[in-house]
Design a protein around this ligand. Sequence first.
Ligand code: TXA
Ligand code: MG
Length: 317
Amino acid sequence: MTEIGTDIERAAALLSRGELVAIPTETVYGLAANALSSEAVLKVYTAKGRPAFNPLIVHVASAAEFSRYAEEVPELVMQLASRFSPGPLTFVLRKKAIIPDETTGGGNSVALRVPAHPIALELLQRLEFPLAAPSANPSGFISPVTAVHVQAQLAGKIPYVLDGGPCSVGIESTVIAVENDIVTVLRLGGIKVSDLQAVAPVVKFASAQSVNPASPGQLRSHYAPRTRLVLGNLNDLLQEHRAKRVAVLALGDFPPHENIVANAILSPTRNLDEAARNLFAALHRLDAAGADLILAEPMPEEGFGPAINDRLERAAA
Ligand code: TXA
Ligand code: MG
């Protein structure tokens, strides 16, 4: 049975015994395990059905801990961390031997992040080990932004979901590698590229291949609802699919149509921060609406627009 509760003590006890607990963060819920225990971490891969080559993010209570787990912490990483940690920014650094190979998918780098959620931080402060935590969804499916989303997707596979309310950012952390004062963005997310550019002299992007060796988790199909999702101009899509029962995902207003059985407006004022916060909850809801298809429109290419579009494109793949 998978219980939902707010008992941090209980979560800490389970994690200390090598069990899995879903935890709240500001981005999405994470499926946490002791990052220093191969045995605990392997349970994460099993519960998610995650390919063993896809490394996990290791969560710590403060950036001062990075040097415990990373061989070398460049000055620029600490500058970025002093600005964005705790927060939705993940740093890929060369790992120390204390991090088991299972945690990093066999690779020699480790991804480190300080989550900006009071419950996650309190939990991390209580524990004597960091927490490996991927998003708490079955591999490839929609990320959870409430405790109920986790329970619905992982029921019976984990004992406990620590409830911290709905996630305030709503999309996963931005993942970066830092080398020779160059920041390479491996995954778009909760810290905007323009914010990174304000601190880092050079910001590059990893090439967007379907299997990107720099960030193995960036597979082409991801964040996927069970209902087929099509991305494009809503007017055109509604015309094309007028014989089907459709669910519509829109940024703001959209044209009414008889065949729409459910809809989600991500932000009535077309605010992209609000759209990011609402994205995954909207996908979970539309996926449950019994539609033949979900029709979604791309966001404008500003602010969180590219990060949301990245997720919608993978959801459609
Ligand atoms: O916001 C987040 O990052 C959430 C919360 C729970 O912290 N976690 C999350 O984890 O999104 P996950 O496993 O769903 O995505 C982690 C991403 C994957 O694309 C993975 O391949 C990449 O980070 N990653 C992890 N470790 C890496 C490493 N050592 N090198 C390159 N990419 C890495
Ligand atoms: Mg994920």
